[in-house]
Design a protein. Sequence first.
Length: 345
Amino acid sequence: MTLMLEEIHQQPQVLARAVEQESAKVAALAEAIRARNIRQVVIAARGTSDHAATYAKYLIEIYCGIPVSLAAPSVYTLYARKVDLSGCLVLGISQSGQALDVVQTLESAQEVGALTACITNVEGSSLTKVSDFALYCLAGEEKAVAATKTYTASLVLIALLVAHWSGETSLLEGLKQLPEQIAQVLPLAEQIEKTVERYRYIEECAVLARGLNQATALEAALKMTETSYLVAKAYSMADFLHGPIAIVSEGFPCFLYAPDGYAYPSMLELAQKLESRGAETVIFAHSAEILGLATRPIAVPVNINESLSPLLYIVPGQLWANYLSVARGQNPDRPRGLSKVTLTR
């Protein structure tokens, strides 16, 4: 068993621990947000953490009605400029807590009196020292280079924050059920291990979702790219129809993440269009309707609240990346040219 696979299977315990042990700190941050009447959120992140930020943007705007922007850290590092972030919540997300450009963004925000917070897996890291509130993934050491359990733990902390900030009790109840729901998805590993053999020689593909699960498409594509060295391009379904669908000819591989919810009808429409073009489709979904359009359906056995579905649907994406890498003769734990911590300025 690869380290990556071990860490995928640790996620139910990791997420349960984060919900139980970090809720009080998350609630305190939510209270500070209300006390300061925060009207805008700016998030600084890179790589996998940037995909968590994409989820945060959707969730905060949907439930809290507050605009969220993703910071351009190079403004602070490469161009040495200052941005007036006073009155904002500036949230840094970095699993290692050592992303220099993310740290510098929060440091600049603190200088102008912004409320700062971070999500990280490393206590006492550089990012925590420039944060008024530090929220921890509590994932333990992540030994595989490709992040899995720290990604889903980051999403849990984001959902917890939004639940406490908005007062949306359905999110809190859903988070309590999530570890068991992920445990129900993990047995898909056997089916996925067999299915990836059909795709071991692909060199490019499209990974598609919409809305909240745009984060899932981005993260699933990254996992395939960094562990199997193929060109996996993530698109919003809406953007894909505006031009990139032209790349799809007969046999072109497309991966669709399509849980039930507001985004489902548009994903069903996309699946129908791809079928008409003869695309090779792998569809991760709960609904039998859209699964019936797939070349290879991956039936997710849990019907989850769409707002929390990115925490669940990325798990089969992680499993897919692990087994595809192994099938291609690669080592998903040690992708070539990559290290666990990437320092950029």
